[in-house]
Design a protein around this ligand. Structure first.
Ligand SMILES: [Zn+2]
Length: 387
């Protein structure tokens, strides 16, 4: 009897211990890798449905979108968050872009964006110039020479690397005073982003670049309302530094883009236009390993792409290309739920990485945008449609 009671006691203790062990066993991901960040968003949206023009239709306009830091891993996360759909899914032709620079296996946005803008690789920290600091001219310069209109619309401050890759020339991306002064010479018809301070109060040389550009004929807009009323040529600086984060700026980026396309289209007639639209801040939040803010930026960029595709489908003579300058954050999608729109991710670092990034194309000529190419070759291919 005593033995029987002891056995029952022992079994009970064994059961209790096993229960505790099972309850405390960590998830496999926690045991073998970094802690995952989980995220889901309320702000999901329907994607647009568009019919592509005939592949051999004449290309008059080129709209080139760059998601800074937007690798396939970032796109995959956004796709899950929006319950398995993105406007990017509309783009029938895809390729891969190798992003290394002449100086580094891991590119920065200066060299990565310059290769796309000018069709030639350069060294890290160089914007719009080769490693010997000789200026290189971008697809926007080519378009201007052919009498087309041009535009740049970004969410960052205008001294950040990507817009400068298209408009400025310097071997040090942090020579902000000199780089911003280049906008007075770039001839771009529609310039919109943030960074008012870099044009005036933050300058060491006392110049007021906004006033200089006004003297050259630019119509300056400091608010969204002013931008919507401004006529070409436009300089819109809508924040002292970067634009507010996606969650706070509402449809500002989409509205800037719509205004750009309408004004350039109206002014360019049959000659057409070339515009670079950047989802600049995706990269910033990946550097900060902030999955929520990075994804809200990417989803805003994709919503803007939806607007662009609808505009291009109505136009019938517009090539649309989307890519990234590099991927950022060594992001991995390790868990989640497609039905719930939930992702479980880990960051491997707080800088860039060297994985090839996707290229997407839509519209006449898009059928040539396939295969694996250097970033500079993709830039040259886009420029070949500017004629
Ligand atoms: Zn970066």
């Amino acid at each position: 009897m005593i033995i029987f009671v002891d056995m029952r006691k022992a079994l009970f203790i064994l059961f209790a211990v096993m229960t505790i062990v099972v309850a405390c066993k960590p998830k496999q991901t926690e045991e073998h890798g970094p802690q995952l960040q989980y995220y889901t968003t309320e702000k999901t949206y329907d994607i647009v449905s568009v019919t592509s023009p005939a592949p051999d239709a004449e290309v008059r306009n080129v709209i080139f979108l760059i998601g800074d830091g937007m690798g396939l891993e970032q796109v995959s996360c956004a796709w899950v968050l929006n319950h398995g759909k993105l406007n990017l899914d509309n783009m029938p032709y895809t390729g891969l872009s190798r992003t290394y620079s002449t100086s580094d296996l891991i590119t920065d946005s200066a060299a990565g964006g310059t290769a796309l803008a000018v069709g030639e690789k350069t060294a890290n920290s160089h914007v719009g110039c080769n490693p010997a600091n000789e200026p290189l001219y971008s697809m926007l310069d080519k378009a201007q020479k052919l009498g087309k209109k041009t535009g740049v619309v970004v969410t960052c401050h205008m001294a950040d690397a990507t817009p400068c890759d298209f408009c400025c020339h310097d071997d040090d991306r942090y020579h902000y005073d000199a780089i911003i002064a280049d906008y007075t010479e770039c001839g771009v018809d529609f310039i919109a982003g943030g960074g008012r301070d870099y044009f005036g109060s933050k300058r060491q040389d006392g110049r007021d670049i906004v006033e200089e550009m006004k003297a050259k004929g630019y119509n300056y807009a400091a608010t969204e309302e002013e931008l919507m009323a401004a006529q070409l040529p436009v300089l819109a600086l809508l924040a002292d530094d970067n634009l507010p984060v996606a969650a706070e700026r509402g449809d500002l980026y989409r509205n800037m883009t719509a205004r750009c396309l309408d004004l350039l289209n109206e002014a360019s007639g049959d000659k057409g236009f070339v515009v670079m639209l950047e989802g600049s801040s995706i990269d910033d939040w990946l550097h900060a390993n902030d999955i929520e803010k990075a994804m809200e930026e990417l989803l805003d960029f994709d919503r803007t792409l939806g607007d662009v595709l609808q505009w291009a489908a109505a136009d019938g003579h517009t090539l649309v290309v989307v890519t990234a300058d590099h991927a950022t954050g060594a992001l991995t999608l390790q868990d989640g739920d497609l039905e719930k729109g939930e992702i479980g991710v880990a960051f491997g670092n707080d800088s860039h990485n060297g994985i090839a990034v996707p290229v997407y194309a839509w519209g006449p000529g898009a059928q040539l945008f396939t295969g694996i190419k250097e970033n500079a070759e993709w830039g040259s291919l886009i420029a070949s449609f500017i004629h």
